[in-house]
Design a protein around this ligand. Structure first.
Ligand SMILES: [Zn+2]
Length: 249
């Protein structure tokens, strides 16, 4: 199997040298990263940092799903946007910033938001999904496509100073609907966000993606990681398959 992984070039070895020193990554883990594809939706305060970290780590292909134009109010947290880009496409800014940062990976940008009508096709473009959308219908659409395709979904969310992150992977643990049978009624489109908080949960999610791809460490399957950055208290809660029809075969 290992022979089917892409070889590392001298440029790859120079670029990723420091992370290849991590036990469990090494040269083989780096080849797995080069071979991997990850879909990230959306790519704002959370997803933008996930995309940036995965570009830094050398994930071979990133599929970025994000609609709309840059607004001034994006810029307290959406680190792949620019001030000069206000009024212009978010997807273009994300693509340009990622290409400047790492021109050696493949980046496909889809200037749409994910929903029931396009989730299955978009999820089929990648081996892993990073769900970074603030809205439950989008997260559910990705979850349902991942369940049908047997793919892992790393879900990252935040509100104010609170973060939540888990890995949903049918066959190995619960899906997102096992934990959230429906969207909480209090969930709103606009809510308090500090960029340092969205970046924190994004980095946790990016680490989980790297762990799933390389096989190092223990991904948070069946575990919901929660944290409150006001008190710096973090917890890991056990979550189980519900037994409902959402992901039972
Ligand atoms: Zn389920």
């Amino acid at each position: 199997m290992e022979n089917e992984l892409p070889a590392l070039t001298d440029a790859d070895r120079a670029r990723y040298e420091w992370q290849m020193w991590c036990p469990g990554i090494g040269g083989e883990g780096q080849r797995k990263l080069k071979d991997a594809s990850v879909l990230i939706s959306r790519c704002g305060g959370v997803g933008g940092v996930v995309a940036y970290q995965l570009a830094a780590a050398g994930v071979g292909k990133l599929v970025i799903v994000h609609a709309g134009n840059i607004k001034p109010s994006d810029l307290n947290r959406q680190l792949l946007m620019t001030d000069a880009g206000i009024g212009h496409s978010r997807a273009e800014s994300i693509e340009r910033r990622l290409r400047e940062f790492n021109p050696h990976i493949e980046i496909e940008v889809v200037p749409e938001n994910i929903g029931d009508e396009n989730a299955y096709e978009l999820v089929s473009k990648a081996g892993i999904v990073a769900s970074c959308a603030p809205l439950f219908p989008e997260r559910f659409a990705m979850n349902d496509a991942c369940v049908r395709q047997g793919k892992p979904m790393v879900d990252a969310a935040m509100y104010d100073f609170e973060i939540q992150m888990s890995v949903y992977w049918v066959g190995r643990g619960p899906c997102m609907r096992c934990v959230y049978p429906e969207a909480p009624p209090y969930w709103k489109r606009q809510f308090p966000v500090l960029g340092a908080v969205s970046s924190t949960v994004a980095s946790l999610a990016a680490a989980e993606v790297v762990k799933i791809i390389t096989g190092c460490g223990e991904p948070s399957i069946g575990r919901l990681v929660t944290g409150d950055l006001r008190t710096m208290e973090f917890r890991k809660l056990r979550v189980r398959k519900s037994g409902a029809t959402c992901c039972s075969s």
